[in-house]
Design a binder for this molecule. Sequence first.
Ligand code: ME8
Length: 514
Amino acid sequence: MKPTFYITTAISYPNGAPHIGHAYEAMATDAIARFMRLDGRDVRFLTGTDEHGIKMLQTARREGLTARELADRNAALFQEMAGLLGLSNDDFIRTTEPRHHRAVQAIWEAMKANGDIYLDSYAGWYSVRDEAFYQEGETEVRADGVRYGPQGTPVEWVEEESYFFRLSAFQDRLLALYDAQPDFIGPDERRNEVVSFVKSGLKDLSISRTTFDWGIPVPGDPRHVMYVWVDALTNYITALGYPDVEGDLYRYWPAIHVIGKDIVRFHTVYWPAFLMSAGVPLPKRVYAHGFLFNRGEKMSKSVGNVVGPRELVEAYGLDPVRYFFLREVPFGSDGNYSHEAIVARMNADLANDLGNLAQRSLSMIAKNLGGVLPTPADLSDADREILAAADALYATCRDAMESQQIHQALNAIWAVVADANRYFAAEAPWAVRKTDEIRFGTILWVTAEVLRSIAILVQPVMPASMAKLLDLLAVPDTARGFDALGRSGRLAGGTVLPAPVGIFPRHVEAKPEE
Ligand code: ME8
């Protein structure tokens, strides 16, 4: 039996069309899911939409729609984005589905049965944009006279009857969790923030609202709908069949949650506390990526610099977009993107470094050897060295991907791409051919074999392009998993290769119209 691996993205608010921040999180999570599948895990990858709450309702009103109409219209755009980005998700959850309704009511009942839910009244600050309650000390009144929360969004005063979750009772258990499971929160910077937030003291959390009805009703008291974060977080277990914890899908729990840095508190304080209360085992890890900025500016509709995922994919192609974001932005840090930066990576890393190496070596096989992969003769030190560097990549990538350091895996791979280019230039097969056919064949075999390792390992990030490269190397579908890396899957001399074609076109600027 394969070991299971469960990974999730945050579920997005469909109060607008998906933006590049959503796409980034989805592509990164997809790359990890694909990596683990190729590495022999039984993977479950979940994404979806978070459709309830006051933010959705307010946006719908502004657009003259019902909340459900808005949710239906925009959830379809998120599903479309999953197709556009080539996501390999196994499920797409919408929090308006009956299966979710049932799971959320069940977790509420479980928390209540544990004595952690009580009725009182709430008076405090609320940010609709963050769907978050804040303590007064976390807010500030700015020069414009408006009071803002810690994420820079306006807060409003809320006063109403509300059910509360006894979060204050979980402070010690949460601190013990962060202590016992040091990699529960990553990166470390985020972990430190959470630990100090929890150490500073936790207040009970208001978890229901009475002033609107776009949400899941509280069991036994339908005047209240549940706080959208109780609802949203539960999606991760709904999708495994909760409350049927004996069901087949439940074997995938616990999860690794990939989220953005703005929602760490919900995932690492509230969520584990809800689960402890409900008697559900905790997630394995919560990893927060950074925010993407268009040339350093935060993307927002008001600033008008939102470039949608579709425009990016249409302009540069899917695989280059996936590669760009995952290589350029250390996963966990904020990052910038711009046309110039994307084109630079496309042309240097993809077209030149990897694309040209493949094109030049495979063309020599086609032209000089009738398209038949040569059999290597004795290996030189240089051959052995470059093969060893390629073989070592698996362990390096595995370590990096186990800790969500996608960029480190790509850095290591492209260091070997650079080595392979140096090897190819130094061995000068085009000159060797004239004096030593056998050595010529060996150089080309070694190069092809290095390309094979690279193509197998890059599949999670650029699935379509690497499928093409593996086709050019005549690697059968059954030999593209990580178990075929290294000696066990070496290319066999004598194999007939298909005619080489380019994998990565250079990006050429369109000429301005005369
Ligand atoms: O927070 N760069 O939904 P959401 C990178 N529904 N990531 C970004 C980003 C940016 N500019 N903007 C947003 C929610 N994100 C909740 C989640 S989970 C149970 C509920 C990330 O649509 C953000 O950090 O506002 C989050 O992880 C995801 O996109 C969805 O954001």
